[in-house]
Design a protein around this ligand. Structure first.
Ligand SMILES: *Cc1c(COP(=O)(O)O)cnc(C)c1O
Length: 381
């Protein structure tokens, strides 16, 4: 007897909207279907009232949204006969590529920047059997090398320049629309290569049909798959808002940045691969780019953990840091429905978390008296 349907990943779930056939062997770890958490306590700290949600992508199988894209990219690579995949990575792409390659029984080559990778991510890639090349350079150097070597060796690139990555990642927007019963007014994301903001826009655009209730399954607007056929009526799309770390903000500078620097290592990228796509999203959605300092990013990360019990990695908190500022200033108007993507799990980067935490660790003898007085002294009302 089954009590409920087993969730088997986003490709099975959105089969009709993804480029797979009945014969495709799907490489999945059950990714997607992540919680959309309505924040309870942080909104009370803001000057204006809004409905503020976080899409907790840290709860994907390897702890970041990269799994949404990787299930598609590896599924298609295997379908096309690839024996090896390759990526440059600030950490999460390598952890995800390594896991899905292990699952598929192929080799993952990952190029990571010298020294600037969070420990959790490195541990994952090592355990999952990836061949790790530590490049004496940053992510952008690794990306350049990956593109060059893929022309000379039989490896499939699984960075977000692989179009299947964006196809997988667009499903996060589907899930949000289906859960809210509408598109949010604003969707805020941290931006590195800008693949994810692009993928979300594709997802929202496929859901929202200009033709309204007159749409038919035959109209081309939604890749031939009409959301009305499944009974959903969604005609709007959010304004897409992308936040970057100040030391690593090419979209704010209007040009590539050669020496990106930020505590949020996942978005320490100076040469975004989806540069043109992201400007198009900016224009079509009527959204904007802005930047957050490292201090603002870490403060938001801590606030999410302390006030909501949601632990994300520093890069992820950039979305909430920026959204809070834009809500307070009124740029995001009162009563808006706002979704922030939390791209990766806090456990990815324990060093940064412990370094900035001032939570007291109280040493006691193994005696009731000492434990009791420590409790009574630290009660909050
Ligand atoms: C990859 C990543 C990003 C950046 O996403 P892009 O698609 O490169 O813009 C942000 N946060 C985390 C945790 C990531 O792993």
């Amino acid at each position: 007897m089954t009590f409920r349907t087993r969730y088997t990943g986003l490709i099975e779930n959105y089969r009709d909207r993804l480029p797979v056939s009945d014969d495709t062997r799907i490489i999945s770890l059950g990714e997607g279907n992540t919680p959309l958490i309505k924040l309870n306590n942080i909104p009370d700290l803001l000057d204006k009232k809004v409905d503020l949600y976080v899409k907790y992508e840290g709860l994907n199988p390897t702890g970041s949204f990269k799994d949404r894209g990787m299930t598609m990219a590896v599924t298609k690579a295997v379908e096309d006969g690839a024996k090896a995949i390759i990526c440059a990575s600030t950490g999460n792409t390598s952890a995800s590529a390594a896991a899905y390659a292990a699952r598929a029984g192929i080799t993952a080559f990952v190029l990571i920047p010298d020294g600037k990778i969070a420990q959790g991510k490195l541990a994952q890639a090592m355990m999952e059997g990836a061949v790790i090349l530590q490049v004496k350079g940053n992510f952008d150097d690794g990306m350049r090398l990956v593109k060059e070597v893929a022309k000379e060796a039989p490896v499939t690139i699984v960075n977000s320049i692989n179009p299947y990555r964006l196809q997988g990642q667009k499903t996060a927007a589907f899930e949000i629309v289906e859960e809210l019963g509408r598109a949010p007014d604003f969707h805020c994301l941290p931006v590195g290569n800008a693949g994810n903001i692009t993928a979300h826009w594709i997802g929202y655009s496929e859901y929202a049909c200009e033709k309204g209730a007159q749409a038919t399954a035959a109209c081309a607007h939604c890749n031939g798959v009409c959301p009305y056929a499944t009974g959903s009526i969604v005609t709007t799309r959010p304004k897409m808002v992308g936040y970057q770390a100040s030391g690593s903000a090419p979209f704010l500078r209007g040009e590539m940045v050669d020496d990106p620097e930020t505590v949020a290592t996942a978005i320490r990228i100076g040469h975004p691969q989806s540069w043109d796509h992201a400007w198009k999203v900016h224009k079509e959605s009527g959204g904007w780019f802005d930047e957050c300092s490292d201090e603002e990013i870490l403060a938001a990360q801590k606030l999410l953990a302390e006030k909501e019990g949601v632990f994300c990695e520093p890069a992820s908190a950039t979305s909430v840091a920026g959204a809070m500022r834009d809500i307070n200033s009124g740029k995001i108007p009162e009563n808006s429905c706002v979704v922030c993507t939390l791209t990766g799990h806090g456990l990815k980067d324990p060093d940064t978390a412990i370094k900035q935490s001032n939570a007291p660790v109280i040493a006691v003898d193994a005696k009731l008296e000492q434990v009791k007085s420590a409790i009574l002294e630290n009660m909050t009302d």
